[in-house]
Structures are given as structure tokens and as C-alpha cells.
Ligand binder design. Structure first.
Ligand code: FAD
Length: 470
């Protein structure tokens, strides 16, 4: 069988590339090992985690904040874990079903098989699904490599116990353990830790670095760290290493080595969320000219071209940041490049969002990056305590800040912490991409009373004219 374009991997990078290549009039086939399209994002990442985080937020609002606001329900909320899981699964089913239809409508063929390269223009297809063509091979003019990433599980944590989970295991929500250790204070650990803590588990978070969300600006992390500490009843261990895990009956014994904690403690479940690794092993890349760097990522240029003229790479397998929206944009570029257009991935600002409560979002230059680069920037901060909407919502610990070039007054970066930060950051992404100056933001009329006004107000701080109109 031959297909002009073959996309290996049906995640948000792969299906976007496939659909857009089909829209360009190309003949396209997706090779995906799993029964459904959607990849990590839909099946065991962005979407299921956000469905569960929404439940966690509702519990927080009705159970804890409600009391402050004069709305009290009797007793603790009763969690029906089967219903919580079923709702999350229904969201996944709806979206993956939609993808199947979108593929059909575009006449994109989907082969359910594990693919590996025989050479630069042929994939071997392994599996027993009826969609696999006779001969078990497909040839192509171009292949888009979109095999994504999987959770990193170093041998020291990989003890063969189902009490030790990665993010996929945590999203399965088998039970609500009484005690749970989250190893890694990055965004996935904090999102999943928040869900379990809000559902009733006693969660401990351990992080090797001195702060949660290492790499993010400290002022953004501060309100979240406070909330996580409260949610975990002070069990946040920083600067602390986990030395070993050992199954012990119904528990996992964990040894800690660090100022946060020394010695051993037992947990009902352990979530290992210390990062993800790109999927390049077992793909037969040695049979092609594709190059892989020392971190395991496929090397490609701004047009997503690899060293092999027949193969492009996109998404998590093609490098940081490992985010769905970056994968999708790279998928678009790959499709257009294959169609002969002069496209390139040239984003100035790829937003990052941590969907905890409060949310954290940033785009463009961060204060940490500016400091490291020795770049002088004006940092204009607007605290949400001065926002009428934030006061009404009871979320006054948020802040919005712009990083501004002191000479050109252009906005270079934006950081937000607070409810809905992930939605608010989109305005900043547009402003940074368009090379806006601060006055472009302050001169744009923002609706009142909204949290979006804080973007305008933070801009006004630059001119010393912030108006606090409650
Ligand atoms: P993937 O989505 O990983 O898809 C790769 C596909 O390739 C898979 O379906 C896999 O089965 C298939 N495949 C691999 N090898 C083969 C082979 N040999 N043959 C056939 N098929 C193969 N990102 C965000 O932007 N926002 C979020 O809120 C967010 N939350 C997340 C939460 C969690 C818990 C996790 C784990 C991830 C989250 N991510 C989030 C990251 C996001 O899921 C990834 O960045 C995104 O899915 C990457 O897309 P991709 O297309 O590159 O790869």
C-alpha cells in the first residue's frame, strides 16, 4: 500500500497534521497503535486531567469557599468515584468519537498498527487489526513522525507495583487512597495531587528543587504554593530526594533524603511525575537518516524537516515544550511544508498553563529568563486585590504582570496567577506575537468588571496611571 503522506501517531500533533494535509488536497494515512485517535492529550493527558480538576474546583468552591460566602452544605461532600470516573471517560469518548468522524469526512485513512521504519520511505505495520494492508507495510512520499512522549519512570521507581503510578495510572482513578505521595512538583504532579487531595486523599508532595514548578517565576508560584501547602496540610517537601521505593503489603515504603524529610514513610499510593521522555525507541530510526539528540528528541528545523528528506517530526518527539498546542501548530507547519508552502514554526510566545487552583499562565519572556540573559525589563504588576471582579469572586491573591522593553515599550512577556489565568493569557499571546506596545493594551477598552481588565491595569502601571475602577 502507498500513501502520499503517512502520519505516524494520532495525537494532537499527528491528527492536526493529517487533517490539514488532507485539507491541502493530499492523500493521507494515519498509523496509530491505539484503538482511538487522540494521543496522550485526549486519552491520558490534557482533557481527562482537566475534567477531574473541574470536579476538584467545584468541591473547593462549595465545600470550603462556600462557608466564607454564607452558603453551607451539611457535612462533607460525598464523592461517588464511579460517577466522577464515568464523567471523565464520557468527555474522552465524545472527543475521540468526534476525531474519528473528522478523519472520515476528510477521507483520511486510519491504520491501527505499531509502525516502525524499514527505510526512509517504508513503514512496517505490526498488529492484528483488519485495517493493516496485506504485506504489513506502507510506503510514502513523506512521513510525519508524531509519536509523542511517555512518562519517565527511572528504574529506581519502577518496582513493578500497581501502587506506584504514573500520570496515566493516576487518571484512571482506581480509588481514592487514604495517603498518596506525589514525586515531582511540576505541573502534572500538582494538577493530579490537587485532584486527589480535593477528593479526600492525604497528599504529600516531594520536589527535588527548592521551589514547586521549578523554572516558573516565583511571584506566580507563591499563591499556588500557599494553596498546595494548605491542601496538603503542610506536607510539601522541598529540596528533598526520594531514595527508594519498596512494596510492603498494601503500602509502599518510601525513603526520603533531604532537609524536607529524612527516613522512611509508608503511603497507599505513589504518583511518579518527574517528566516525560520522547518516543523514539523501537521506531527503526537507524534505518533512516533521522537524527536524535542527546536528550532523545528528534532533531528538526523550523519547517519540521529532519535530516531525512522524506521525514518530518512534530510535537513532543520533536522537542520542548511538550505541550499539545505546540504539537498542533507544528502539525500545521508540517502539512503546509509537505504541500509545498513556505511555512515555518516561528512562534514568539508559546503559552504555558498550570491548571491548578489558582491557575498559573505565562507567555513570552519570563522574569527568570530575563534575569539569566541579563536583559533589562520593566516588570509591571497589578495585584488582583485591586480588581473588583477578583474581590467579588473571592480570589484576591492573584496577580497579572507584563514584562516590558524599557526603550521600545513593547510587551515581551506576561505572567498571570489566578482563576482563569489559562484563558486570560490568550490576549497576552496575541499582543506579544503582534509586537504590541503597552499603550496598545491600555488603549483597548476591556469589559468591566472582568479579570481581563487586570491586563489593561498592569499595562497602566507602566505609565503610572492604573485606574482602580471597582
Ligand atoms: P501524543 O499525544 O503523545 O501522541 C502520540 C501518539 O503516537 C500516541 O497516540 C501513540 O499511541 C502513538 N504512537 C507512538 N508510537 C507509535 C508507533 N510506533 N506506531 C503507531 N503509533 C505510535 N499539554 C497541554 O498543552 N495542556 C495541558 O493541559 C496538558 N496536560 C497534560 C496532562 C497530563 C497528565 C499529561 C501526561 C500531558 C499533558 N499535556 C498537556 C501534554 C500533552 O498531552 C502533549 O504535549 C501532547 O499530547 C503531545 O502531542 P503529540 O501529538 O506530540 O503526541
Amino acid at each position: 500500500m502507498h500513501s502520499s503522506v503517512v502520519v505516524l501517531g494520532g495525537g494532537p500533533g499527528g491528527y492536526a497534521a493529517a487533517f490539514l494535509a488532507a485539507d491541502e488536497g493530499l492523500e493521507v494515512t494515519i498509523v496509530e497503535a491505539e484503538p482511538r485517535l487522540g494521543g496522550t492529550c485526549l486519552l491520558r493527558g490534557c482533557i481527562p486531567s482537566k475534567a477531574l480538576l473541574h470536579v476538584a474546583k467545584v468541591i473547593h468552591e462549595v465545600d470550603e469557599l462556600g462557608k466564607e460566602w454564607g452558603v453551607e452544605y451539611s457535612g462533607k461532600p460525598k464523592i461517588d468515584i464511579d460517577k466522577v470516573r464515568a464523567r471523565k471517560d464520557k468527555v474522552i469518548d465524545t472527543l475521540t468519537g468526534g476525531l474519528g468522524n473528522l478523519a472520515k469526512r476528510r477521507k483520511v485513512k486510519v491504520i491501527r498498527a505499531r509502525g516502525s521504519f524499514v527505510n526512509s520511505t517504508t513503514l512496517k505495520l505490526e498488529g492484528d487489526h483488519e485495517s493493516i494492508p496485506e504485506g504489513g507495510q506502507i510506503t510514502f512520499d513523506h512521513c510525519v513522525l508524531a509519536t509523542g512522549s511517555v512518562p519517565a519512570m527511572p528504574p529506581v521507581f519502577d518496582i513493578g507495583s500497581d501502587r506506584v503510578m504514573d500520570s496515566t495510572g493516576a487518571l484512571n482513578l482506581v480509588d481514592i487512597p487514604e495517603t498518596m505521595l506525589v514525586i515531582g512538583g511540576g505541573y502534572i504532579g500538582l494538577e493530579m495531587g490537587s485532584v486527589y487531595a480535593q477528593l479526600g486523599s492525604k497528599v504529600t508532595v516531594v520536589e527535588l528543587a527548592e521551589n514547586l514548578l521549578p523554572g516558573a517565576d516565583k511571584d506566580l508560584v507563591k499563591p499556588l504554593a500557599k494553596r498546595i501547602k494548605a491542601l496538603c496540610e503542610d506536607r510539601v517537601l522541598l529540596n528533598t530526594k526520594v531514595g527508594s521505593l519498596a512494596e510492603n503489603g498494601n503500602k509502599v515504603d518510601v525513603t526520603f533524603e533531604g532537609p524536607g524529610k529524612f527516613g522512611t514513610e509508608s503511603f497507599d499510593r505513589v504518583l511518579v511525575s518527574i517528566g516525560r521522555r520522547p518516543v523514539t525507541r523501537g521506531l527503526g530510526l537507524e534505518n533512516t537518516q533521522v537524527e536524535v539528540n542527546d536528550r532523545g528528541f528528534v532533531v528538526c528545523d523550523k519547517q519540521q524537516k529532519t535530516a531525512d528528506p522524506h521525514i518530518l517530526a512534530i510535537g513532543d518527539v520533536a522537542g520542548d515544550p511538550m505541550l499539545a498546542h505546540k504539537a498542533t501548530h507544528e502539525g500545521r507547519v508540517a502539512a503546509e511544508v509537505i504541500a509545498g508552502k513556505n511555512s515555518a514554526f516561528d512562534a514568539v510566545a508559546i503559552p504555558a498553563v498550570v491548571f491548578t487552583d489558582p491557575e498559573i499562565a505565562w507567555a513570552g519572556l519570563t522574569e527568570e529568563e530575563a534575569k539569566q540573559a541579563g536583559r533589562k525589563v520593566d516588570v509591571e504588576v497589578y495585584p488582583w486585590a485591586a480588581s473588583g471582579r477578583a474581590q467579588a469572586l473571592g480570589i484576591t491573591d492573584g496577580l497579572t504582570k507584563w514584562l516590558v522593553d524599557p526603550e521600545t515599550h513593547r510587551v515581551l512577556g506576561c505572567g498571570i496567577v489566578g482563576s482563569g489565568a489559562g484563558e486570560l493569557i490568550a490576549e497576552a499571546v496575541l499582543a506579544i506575537e503582534m509586537g504590541c506596545e503597552v499603550h496598545d493594551i491600555t488603549d483597548s477598552v476591556h469589559p468591566h468588571p472582568t479579570l481581563s481588565e487586570t491586563l489593561m491595569n498592569a499595562g497602566e502601571v507602566h505609565f503610572g496611571t492604573a485606574t482602580e475602577i471597582y
